[in-house]
Design a protein around this ligand. Structure first.
Ligand code: M6R
Length: 608
């Protein structure tokens, strides 16, 4: 979604802004723009399309400025055109502003501005905010921004600059992330650490309704009433190498291959084999209350919701606490029942997904304890939850979530044992489970050899218009995840189903044009799934099975078998998902799709 990067310091600003925008490219956008200040005036450049198109509009008149603001826009209000691209200016053209989020009352504000003789030219909600800041401007940008923001309903992360105060940047947030990077004699403001990591690792995170003012001597933070707020400087733990391709053709491919190492980091220091326990520092202070939970609600969107389905299964199995899984977007709007003893677990890679954040706030308002299972350190969900466990799988750049998914499942697997060991799970059973969990990175490593076979299968079926994915029990969420991966990056229609549901309708779809991916690792659903394979085969479907190494029986029934190493069925989803990620990846590449930046999608969905 939209991205912000702003700079004030001693270096030429334009290359820094362009480099920052390119680092935010992965989030998804459809236009870009920037503004610099020099010699008492602002110079703007904006363009629909890619950053390269903006670059083609840059010239030497921008050289030599050391302060500026840039933006990538993901259209919400108004088409992706030059005029709708950010920055937007006020009525004098002397103030420019970029904005992430949505101004919900922009129509009311437009009517007000028009009654005051101010015309809004673009179709965007952002221009209204720029004009409102101009309307309140009386020589102090931060005061005007505060006044304008007090009138606004909705979400924003903004950065503003005025030609009248050319050595100052003003930023603010509500519901849309912003950080300040503190470098040597320079400052950067960004909506994502990726834009500034090459310059500094020292940051402060803005909270909702905080305003940041940065000039050449330093920075200050206040709330919307101008009351000073003291912020702590924190260190970003990600490195520049982690957000670069490092020889891989795509980030998705790199991230699939990073999964073994990512999970080693995720598990490091958390499995206490001597005591057959899980040590989760982020939950220690709430552990007593947590084990008294009467009900756990797991929420997330997309891939995180699939991880939640596996978490539900594992927590119920190991800790015997009743669980429910809810789409965050549904939970937030349906007046959910939250009784005493309800714990909400918010699952999110980015920690910024607006629906998951809203669901978390709703549950907290109703008295639930809220836990986070989040990858982005310092993100809004991580900070608003009462306790939580970070994934520590490193930054995920590809829009299709891969290593974050296995990280989410691994953390939920640890939470299940953390709770289980304090109630129903015997030391011996827990010991065995944790020993298996510790082997998962190596097992995934072995599974990566399926890459070439997945490419061949994808090549055979890349032209099929529809695919089905079937699984039972713990493999059902993997069927959903495999289908989601395929559709989001290759634009092939795909559906994931519990295998037993086939007979209730979807079986009518089976024909020889239909590839059907069936998850059939050994386990207590195995015999039943074999029955489902027969059903598909006898109707001419093209069967691709994911099975346990050495299973010669299943090989006789399928056109293709992807053999994965044997592992306990509770943890098998972490392994069976890998060939499905690879199938989707290769299908997308073969179809010429933009794997890391699929159409219409954004990495973090920060607007509704
Ligand atoms: O950042 P989050 O984990 O909250 O994101 C949730 C979904 O938007 C995300 O998992 C999405 O479904 C992925 N693109 C799937 O690959």
């Amino acid at each position: 979604m939209c991205g912000i990067v702003a700079y004030i310091g001693k270096r030429d600003v334009t290359p820094i802004l362009i480099e920052g925008l390119k680092r935010l490219d992965y989030r998804g956008y459809d236009s870009a723009g920037l503004v610099i200040a020099r010699d008492g005036k602002l110079t703007l450049r904006k363009s629909a399309g890619r950053i390269a198109s903006l670059e083609s509009k840059l010239d030497h008149s921008l050289d030599g400025s050391t302060i500026g603001v840039a933006h990538t826009r993901w259209a919400t209000h108004g088409a992706p055109t030059d005029i709708n691209a950010h920055p937007h200016t006020d009525q004098s053209g002397r103030i420019a502003l970029v904005h992430n989020g949505i101004i919900e009352n922009y129509r009311t504000l437009t009517r007000y501005l028009e009654s005051e003789g101010v015309q809004v030219e673009s179709e965007t909600d952002t221009e209204v905010l720029a004009k409102l800041v101009g309307h309140f401007y009386e020589g102090c940008l931060e005061d005007a921004v505060r006044k304008a923001l007090r009138e606004v309903r909705g979400t924003f992360g903004i950065a503003a600059i005025s030609a009248e105060e050319p050595d100052k940047l003003v930023a603010a947030r509500r519901g849309s992330p912003l950080i300040l990077g503190i470098g040597k004699e320079e400052f950067l403001i960004a909506s994502d650490a990726a834009a500034i990591i090459q310059h500094t690792a020292n940051v402060i995170y803005l909270e909702d309704n905080e305003v940041l003012v940065v000039d050449r001597d330093g920075y200050k933070t206040t709330n919307l009433d101008a009351t000073p707020v003291t912020k702590e400087v924190e260190a970003i733990e990600w490195t520049l190498e982690q957000i670069e391709l490092g020889g891989f053709s795509h980030f998705m491919r790199k991230e699939i291959y990073e999964q073994p190492e990512a999970l080693r980091t995720c598990l490091r220091g958390r499995l206490d084999m001597d005591e057959a326990r899980v040590q989760l520092g982020g939950l220690a202070h709430v552990a007593r209350e947590l084990i008294k939970a009467k009900r756990i609600i797991l929420t997330g969107c997309g891939t995180a919701w699939h991880a939640a389905l596996i978490g539900e299964y594992l927590i119920e199995e190991l800790a015997r606490i009743p669980c429910e899984v809810e789409y965050s977007s549904e939970f937030r709007y349906r007046n959910p029942i939250v009784e005493d003893g309800t714990v909400l677990i918010s699952i999110s890679q980015s920690g910024e997904t607006i629906d998951t954040l809203a669901a978390l706030r709703e549950a907290k308002n109703k008295g639930a304890m809220a836990l986070g299972v989040v990858n982005s350190v310092g993100s809004t969900i991580a900070r608003e939850t009462d306790a939580g466990v970070y994934l520590h799988v490193g930054p995920e750049i590809g829009v299709a979530s891969t290593k974050a998914f296995v990280g989410q499942v691994t953390v939920l697997a640890m939470i299940a044992a953390f709770l289980g060991r304090r109630s129903h799970l015997s030391p011996a059973a827990c010991d065995q489970y944790l020993r298996t969990l510790a082997t998962v990175p190596d097992v995934i490593e072995k599974t990566l050899v399926l890459d070439e076979q997945c490419r061949e299968i994808a090549a055979e079926y890349a032209d099929a218009g529809n695919w089905l994915y079937l699984g039972r029990g713990l493999q059902y969420p993997i069927a959903l995840e495999g289908a989601l991966k395929l559709k989001e990056i290759s634009y092939i229609h795909a559906e994931g189903l519990p295998a037993a549901e086939m007979k209730h309708g979807p079986i009518a779809l089976i024909s020889e044009d239909m590839p059907v991916v069936i998850l059939a690792p050994r386990g207590h659903w195995y015999e039943k799934v074999i029955g489902n394979i027969e059903e598909v085969r006898s109707r001419g479907g093209r069967v691709i099975v994911v099975a346990t190494e050495g299973d010669t029986e299943v090989a006789k029934l399928a056109e293709h078998v992807l053999f994965v190493p044997e592992i306990d069925e509770l943890l098998a989803p972490l392994v069976t998902v890998v060939p499905l990620q690879m199938l989707a990846y290769h299908a997308a590449v073969l179809r010429g799709c933009d794997v890391d930046k699929p159409r219409n999608l954004a990495k973090a969905v920060t607007v509704e």
